[in-house]
Design a protein around this ligand. Structure first.
Ligand code: 5GP
Ligand code: ZN
Length: 114
């Protein structure tokens, strides 16, 4: 846990979030500023700064983040596909320094990536 990390505060329940999924090691909640009708963030509860900070030991939790994201996308209204985004570091425009993946989707195509 990181005391001042906004996503760690969400994990601890200190900041409200639109939680859509939780288990022992993962939490998923709606993005506060959705870019599309479906925009959900999936995070590990354990503070990891970014994808650039993971090791082989994190592979199981990373795999579970993707598997859970697939289920959430369908449940939240993106049954015909979705996009997963992991912004990483300064070059990747990562704003929140706690590893997270974005699920972006909805009933219509999300458009070109760049
Ligand atoms: P990134 O770090 O990948 O650029 O994006 C961080 C995302 O977190 C943004 O899409 C932003 O809207 C979202 N976000 C930032 N603060 C909060 C918050 O307090 N609650 C929720 N639900 N989303 C947040
Ligand atoms: Zn954190």
């Amino acid at each position: 846990m990181s005391a001042n990390c906004i996503f760690c505060k969400i994990v601890r329940g200190e900041i409200p979030s639109g939680k859509v999924y939780e288990d022992d090691e993962l939490l998923a909640f709606k993005d506060i500023n959705p870019a599309r009708p479906v925009h959900v963030l999936v995070i590990p509860k354990r503070h990891v700064e970014s994808l650039a900070h993971v090791t082989d030991a994190d592979a199981p939790v990373l795999g579970r983040m993707l598997a859970v994201a697939n289920r959430i996308a369908v449940e939240q209204g993106s049954p015909d596909g979705f996009r997963i985004i992991i912004n990483t570091g300064r070059i990747g425009n990562q704003e929140v320094p706690h590893l997270h993946l974005h699920i972006v989707g909805g009933p219509e195509p999300v458009g070109p990536m760049l």
